[in-house]
Design a binder for this molecule. Structure first.
Ligand code: AQP
Length: 350
């Protein structure tokens, strides 16, 4: 079975972008894959060091995973800091990756802002830790939103450089596999990961501005639908969502140059598990005054069972803590084995 890995940062309230870009895909992938889903708490301190309630945030992401339908018995749900091998492999990758690669990352540039010299070293090294998260399990498939595409390309670059630089050592250790990189056959240790970004809403945009990503850090709460919003709030935010004066087109072509309309149709399609073309076949020619209430009903229908289950799980966190503990132990057993192989390849004594 292919091995799927992905993570979500415990840095604030989850929103519809996190749900459609990531968590909903995590749920769907459980059927035919072996999955490891991680609350990436080490990443949470890269942009902001001190958090009011990091433990509570970690539990709430785990609760969102479970409430959305992830099965922690068949798959693994855990928090990153419970498995020290993530940080250990990240250190090796810090020595594989080049500073120039990190400086080119758009997420670093956005989050560091103008005062780059004053950003944390952790923020710069973020993609190296992300590569380690995935590769410490030698996972092959990573479901993420479109904003993470560049980081996954970097994970491939790191894996490739490690494989090439250590080729002879990998052969000597006998833990590698034959693979082709470009045209060249090599004997590598780490797989080149495949991002899973497809679907009708790979990048959910702000409800106030169709050219900006829906994000936790947007100062306007009206820009996003939070997983913890109640039905009235969801309906209000969709009613107030920015649109243009025209009705919905019947063909996909008609969404070109209309980012807000495109976004709402994409959200509808993703929530209903349909294509955008299919949604337009039903709503083409209708006004937003008809489409928006239908979208609000659908969003409430999909999200409210998740919200109430999350609330229930957060009332008494014993269950969530037990899931994270068990998941952490199972993840560590796997990561220890891979890290042992890495020690042998790099030449550390163990
Ligand atoms: N708007 C989005 N559309 C689709 N997918 C998205 N993701 C995030 N925003 C969108 C996906 O959610 C997963 C978890 O993301 P994260 O934990 O890395 O959080 P983030 O990307 O930092 O989330 P935000 O809301 O965008 O935070 P800020 O405001 O800090 O930038 C990832 O798979 C991500 O692609």
């Amino acid at each position: 079975k292919p091995l799927v890995f992905s993570g979500v940062q415990p840095t604030g309230n989850l929103h519809l972008g996190n749900y459609l870009g990531a968590i909903r895909k995590f749920v769907a992938l459980q059927e035919n894959n072996d999955c490891i889903y991680c609350v990436v708490d080490l990443h949470a301190i890269t942009a902001q060091l001190v958090h009011d309630d990091l433990r509570g945030q970690i539990r709430s992401i785990a609760a969102a995973f479970i409430a959305s339908g992830i099965d922690p018995k068949k798959h693994i749900v855990f928090n990153q800091s419970a498995v020290p091998q993530h940080a250990e492999l990240a250190w090796v990758f810090n020595c594989v990756a080049r500073i120039g690669w990190m400086n080119r990352m758009t997420q670093f540039k956005d989050k560091a802002g103008k005062d780059r010299e004053n950003a944390s070293l952790g923020l710069l090294a973020y993609p190296s830790l992300m590569a380690a998260d995935i590769l410490v399990y030698r996972a092959t498939h990573v479901p993420v939103g479109d904003d993470q595409k560049q980081h996954l390309e970097l994970a491939r670059d790191i894996a490739q450089k490690f494989n090439i630089d250590f080729q002879e050592k990998i052969r000597a250790a006998g833990t590698g596999v034959d693979m082709v990189v470009g045209e060249e056959p090599i004997h590598g240790f780490f797989p080149l990961v495949e991002p899973l970004i497809d679907g009708p809403a790979p990048r959910v945009m702000s409800l106030r501005d169709g050219t900006k990503k829906m994000s936790k850090s947007d100062p306007s709460d009206l820009s996003r639908i939070n997983l913890m919003d109640d039905p009235e709030e969801i309906a209000k935010k969709i009613r107030k969502a920015k649109t243009d004066p025209e009705g919905l087109p019947s063909e996909l072509e008609g969404l070109k140059g209309r980012p807000e309309a495109d976004n709402l149709v994409g959200i509808y399609a993703a929530l209903a598990d349909r294509t955008k073309a299919d949604v337009l076949a039903e709503y083409g020619g209708q006004q937003f005054s008809v489409f928006k209430p239908a979208l609000a009903d659908l969003a409430v229908h999909v999200l409210s069972p998740i919200t109430s289950e999350m609330r229930r799980l957060m009332d008494d966190t014993t269950h969530i803590d037990a899931i994270l503990k068990d998941g952490g132990e199972r993840a560590r057993a796997r990561a220890e084995k891979v890290m042992g192989d890495v020690f042998d390849i790099v030449g550390f004594l163990r």
